[in-house]
Design a protein around this ligand. Structure first.
Ligand SMILES: Nc1ncnc2c1ncn2[C@@H]1O[C@H](COP(=O)(O)OP(=O)(O)O)[C@@H](O)[C@H]1O
Ligand SMILES: [Mg+2]
Length: 428
């Protein structure tokens, strides 16, 4: 049966990803495009991507585009197990027609020297252009990282500033910087010293201490996309289907992106020692355990799991073969609180503020509590001006009032049990 050629639709993405996977176009194709770049081109406006379909299967895809008089074939992929020549011919001739309709008077493409697509194209009159050289230079990820494509892949970029915005917590920050970020950012130097970059880590600590922020900070620092795999998203589908959906989430995170920080929050819901403390069925937990070694095979993917309840986790879950580091993210000390307060005070007011006093008064506050109290002080000053007429911005008294009316998340019991957890579980 002949393949039918039709325009690409969003629903084709999954089968196209499969096709690319099957033909070795992931993470980088013979055309030099990474997956997110190819997806971005596929979603370009006006759209110029054609899909070849035979008996419901996607057997080919051609991504094209027109820039003025020049038409491009950005990517041509055909399933190896069908009639490659026939499907290629149909895709190329249909695409050429579309390019010509779009105003192109010449078609160009970029291919690796000895790729199969090059041979196919040669058969249709495409020839290397004399002494011409293809040049390229990658642009930094900021802004250029195809937000629409990433979103379609369930990922997003975190601005480069987040890591530096994380104040205080210097100890946790330094450990992560040295053990996690540097070996990933400098793989060659790490290899020279026999240091293997981490593939998976666990962050643990009381709620609001900054675990999620750290995970995003790592992505920000590395310039890698951030993808969250959420157990809650797959809940309610029945154990079999949930396990399948979980596997799909991880597979996509691994294959759709050349690099990524893959984040699993509240990992105790998936991996508590006691079944009744999990939010998922045993088959989902098993699937999750199976996915960890697969994640570990990908050096440019870092799995970050976070938990508020490290002692609930199955001790076997935390073993070194699975996770390279188990890192505590604890309560901010006075120094860290001062740094966090300074950040918010600077945003909220230009009145003179005694940050040392705020830090002293906010013992047992997490960074999240400090943020909350700081917003409260700002709100108080705002309301004062609204109801009583022009006045100064938030002052010391507003901050102290906000602190005394905010219940700290931490307690000495929580801190004691965290210290025990650090002694029992931390490993870095
Ligand atoms: N070191 C820090 N400096 C400034 N703000 C922080 C810091 N750590 C956390 N925050 C803020 O506190 C809030 C809670 O942090 P989050 O990462 O969600 O905690 P967790 O995941 O541990 O519960 C966030 O709004 C974050 O912006
Ligand atoms: Mg969190």
């Amino acid at each position: 049966m002949r393949a039918t050629i039709r325009p690409y639709q969003h629903g084709d993405l999954a089968s196209i990803l499969q096709l690319w996977e099957q033909t070795g176009s992931v993470p980088v194709g013979h055309d030099g495009l990474t997956l997110d770049q190819a997806v971005e081109l596929m979603n370009a406006n006006p759209p110029l991507t054609l899909v070849a379909e035979r008996e419901g299967d996607t057997v080919g895809v051609a991504i094209g585009g027109v820039v003025g008089a020049l038409g491009w074939i950005y990517r041509l992929t055909v399933a190896p197990d069908g009639d490659v020549a026939e499907v290629s011919r149909e895709l190329i001739s249909e695409l050429e027609l579309k390019l010509a309709e779009g105003g192109a008077r010449k078609v160009a493409t970029v291919m690796e020297q000895d790729s199969g697509s090059l041979a196919v194209l040669a058969r249709y009159g495409y020839a290397a252009a004399g002494t011409m050289r293809y040049l390229e230079r990658p642009l930094p990820a900021i802004g250029a990282a195809a937000p629409a494509a990433l979103e379609e892949l369930g990922a997003h970029m975190i601005g480069p500033g987040l890591w530096d915005e994380l104040r205080g917590l210097d100890e946790a920050k330094q450990i992560i910087e040295r053990r996690v970020i540097l070996p990933l950012a400098e793989p060659n130097l790490a290899a020279r010293h026999g240091v293997s970059p981490p593939r998976a880590i666990v962050l643990f600590g009381p709620p609001g201490t900054g675990k999620t922020t750290f995970a995003k900070g790592i992505a920000s620092r590395l310039g890698w996309p951030f993808v969250e795999v959420e157990a809650s998203e797959i809940a309610g589908e029945g154990p079999e289907r949930e396990a399948k959906l979980l596997a799909e989430s991880f597979t996509r995170a691994r294959t759709d992106l050349a690099s990524a920080v893959v984040f699993v929050d509240e990992v105790e819901d998936l991996a508590s020692a006691r079944t009744d403390e999990r939010k998922v069925s045993p088959s989902v937990t098993n699937e999750f355990l199976k996915q960890i070694p697969r994640m570990r095979e990908h050096p440019e993917h870092l799995l970050v799991c976070a938990t508020n309840w490290v002692r609930r986790l199955d001790p076997a879950f935390l073993r070194p073969g699975r996770f390279d580091h188990v890192l505590p993210v604890g309560a901010p000390d006075a120094e860290a609180r001062r740094a966090i307060w300074s950040r918010y005070v600077g945003e909220i007011t230009d009145e003179p503020i005694d940050v040392d006093e705020l830090a002293a008064e906010s013992d047992l506050f997490t960074p999240a509590d400090i943020e909350f109290a700081a917003r409260k002080a700002a709100q108080r000053a705002f309301e004062r001006e609204h109801f009583e007429g022009p006045t100064h911005r938030a002052a010391q008294e507003d901050f102290l009032h906000a602190i005394s009316s905010t219940r700290p998340s931490l307690s000495t019991e929580i801190l004691d049990s965290f210290s025990e957890d650090v002694a029992r579980f931390a490993r870095y």
